[in-house]
Design a protein around this ligand. Structure first.
Ligand SMILES: Cc1cc2nc3c(=O)[nH]c(=O)nc-3n(C[C@H](O)[C@H](O)[C@H](O)COP(=O)(O)OP(=O)(O)OC[C@H]3O[C@@H](n4cnc5c(N)ncnc54)[C@H](O)[C@@H]3O)c2cc1C
Length: 418
């Protein structure tokens, strides 16, 4: 792999930038691998990279039915933070955020981590008190977060509507200074390039259509795909909103609902918002991309669906709420609207661990919040696939917690869906 550097830029400029090497190969699938990861999103790619880097000598492939990053990883609103309530979640997301801080260097690829902080507003006395309790609990878990008042909020984000007569008057906010945004495509491309350089076969346009098992032991033996049969004794599923489909192919059910989560981007405008703002009362959030677009989102569509597209009611709900918070946004034109199919568990926490089928492992249930989890999720899943052992960092996120009633209910705890 050619290292990216300022020197390289100059060198390639001399040949008119016509001799850059391919960023990753497009190999034909081999008949057999040691480990196959299904799903070329951030989690699949980060897992493959960590497998190839930390557990050398294994033949690893990623199978992606479309193109890498075509799922939620290329559709999300790029926010990374760690304001979770329960200890296992706080530890996991804090670690993941710390890995994001080092990722550009690790991958030799600029993932454009912008540590611009995240402001979660409160709009009533009750909301204010609830946030104070949350912040105390999060601080006890080692999260760098503070509860701040109006004077500080005005300094951080002066364009908010601070009028006492506002429909959503601002009382205070949770402020996580180390949170921010990371360019989603760059995470996909950076991991793909680094994994490919370590020998991982990234096979795009390869849909998994069946999971084969040994009739006697019940263990996985390989996959049926749109590009033929491919064998492997260890298979990891990282297919987000399609997890239940793949589980059904293997003969079991998952406590997961697939739902559409929408997002919106405006035309580019000059810098007006240099932090992430969100409000649980209006269930909406926004940040400004480096290109100038206002990137906005809200809650998940309230019904199960595989329809990967936007609709007008959610658009109205999200944008009308945001305009109450920042009235000047009403003058900005909307450019695009889209959706991804996210995978919600009933306790709004992920599942990383073994499945009921020997040799088949699960990485799913990230809902609307798994982008921030990619570096740590990939590391943990790689360890699981290589050793069969669940790393302590993700022990709380086993599938068996739904049977043993050991839920990690972050929707109830942190008041966020994910
Ligand atoms: C609108 C929106 C906004 C979001 N905002 C944020 C945010 O700000 N911060 C945050 O942390 N998270 C956010 N998320 C959530 C986040 O994007 C996801 O949790 C995360 O990207 C999941 O990554 P993944 O690799 O598990 O899944 P994906 O990126 O969805 O990858 C799964 C891949 O599996 C492939 N696949 C499916 N079935 C098959 C098959 N049969 N064969 C082969 N391949 C298959 C798919 O094509 C897909 O590419 C958001 C999500 C959406 C939709």
């Amino acid at each position: 792999m050619e290292r990216y550097s300022a020197f390289g830029l100059v060198k390639h400029a001399l040949t008119g930038h016509k001799k850059w090497p391919e960023v990753w190969r497009s190999p034909e699938p081999k008949p057999e691998y040691d480990v196959i990861i299904v799903g070329g999103g951030g989690h699949g790619l980060a897992t493959a990279y960590n497998l190839a880097k930390n557990y050398k000598g294994k033949r690893v492939a990623i199978l992606e039915k479309n193109w890498i990053g075509s799922g939620n990883t290329g559709r999300n609103t790029t926010i990374v933070r760690s304001d979770y309530y329960y200890k296992p979640s706080a530890e996991f997301f804090k670690y993941s955020l710390s890995l994001y801080g080092k990722l550009s260097k690790e991958l030799n690829y600029n993932v454009m981590f912008s540590k611009r902080g995240s402001l979660t507003l409160s709009h009533s006395r009750d909301d204010f008190d609830f946030q104070r309790r949350l912040v105390n609990a999060m601080q006890l878990n080692g999260i760098d977060i503070r509860h701040i008042g109006l004077a500080e909020i005005k300094k951080i984000c002066p364009i908010l509507n601070f009028s006492k007569d506002a429909r959503y008057p601002i009382y205070g906010a949770m402020w996580e200074p180390g949170a921010g945004t990371v360019r989603h495509d760059a995470v996909v491309w950076g991991y793909a390039r680094a994994a490919d350089a370590l020998g991982v076969d990234i096979i795009q346009n390869c849909e998994v259509t069946g999971i084969n098992k040994d009739l006697q032991t019940g263990a996985v033996t390989g996959l049926e795909t749109s590009r033929g049969k491919i064998n492997a004794k260890t298979i990891g599923l990282a297919v987000a909103g399609h997890s239940t489909e793949l589980a059904a192919m293997a003969g079991f059910r998952l406590p997961i609902r697939s739902m559409a989560l929408q997002a919106f981007v405006s035309e580019p405008v000059k810098p007006v918002l240099n932090t992430v703002i969100s409000s649980r009362a209006i269930s909406s959030y926004a940040s400004q991309s480096d290109r100038g677009g206002l990137v906005m989102g809200g809650g998940v569509d309230p019904y199960n669906s595989y329809a990967q597209k936007g609709n007008t009611p959610v658009l109205e709900e999200v944008l009308s709420g945001l305009i109450e918070l920042v009235p000047s946004f009403s003058r900005v034109r909307l450019l695009r609207q889209w959706a991804g199919i996210v995978d919600y568990t009933y306790d709004s926490s992920p599942i990383i661990g073994p499945s009921p089928v020997p040799g088949l492992f699960l990485n799913c249930g990230w809902g609307g919040g798994g982008f921030k989890a990619i570096p740590a999720g990939g590391e943990a899943f790689a360890h699981l696939l290589a050793t069969g052992q669940v790393p302590p960092l993700v022990e709380a996120f086993s599938l068996s917690r739904f049977k043993d009633a050991r839920l990690v209910d972050e929707a109830a705890g942190a008041g966020i869906a994910h």
